[in-house]
Design a protein around this ligand. Structure first.
Ligand code: 5GP
Ligand code: ZN
Length: 120
């Protein structure tokens, strides 16, 4: 498995630091965001280290599809049956803070605001 020593999400994959995991298989892990912006806020990440969506290429196609399909499956399990928001921040312009590819899956009983801002 590819890994990067200084990557916090690789450490979560290796269980070197704890996370509230909600799903895991051979390829991906989903866990609750440490700083949730809504009642449901989890991240879906690949187990291999891929820095961002910008670093993805054709060989990652199946993995990306798997990650995207997990979003509705896990959101429904968490009770968000009426919808949710997916966000993939990419690069400095996209506001990416952790350079290990991740999909944010964010949901609430009520309609989410048009834009979600991280608290500082
Ligand atoms: P980005 O801005 O890179 O798209 O978002 C990174 C996300 O990772 C943030 O929402 C942040 O709260 C979350 N995060 C950063 N470090 C940790 C951690 O150690 N554990 C968990 N569960 N989430 C983290
Ligand atoms: Zn990593």
């Amino acid at each position: 498995m590819d890994e990067q020593n200084d990557c916090i999400f690789c450490k979560i994959v290796q269980a070197a630091i704890p996370a509230q995991k909600i799903f895991e298989d051979d390829d991906v892990i989903a866990f609750n965001d440490i700083n949730p912006v809504a009642p449901m806020h989890f991240l879906i990440i690949p187990k291999i280290h891929v820095a961002s969506l910008m670093a993805c290429e054709e060989p990652h196609q199946q993995l990306l599809g798997k990650m995207l399909l997990l979003a509705p499956a896990l959101a429904k399990k968490q009770g968000c049956t009426d919808g949710f928001r997916t966000i993939i921040n990419t690069g400095t312009v996209g506001g990416q803070e952790v350079y290990h590819l991740h999909i944010h899956v964010i949901g609430s009983k009520n309609r989410l605001p048009a834009m979600i801002h991280k608290s500082q």
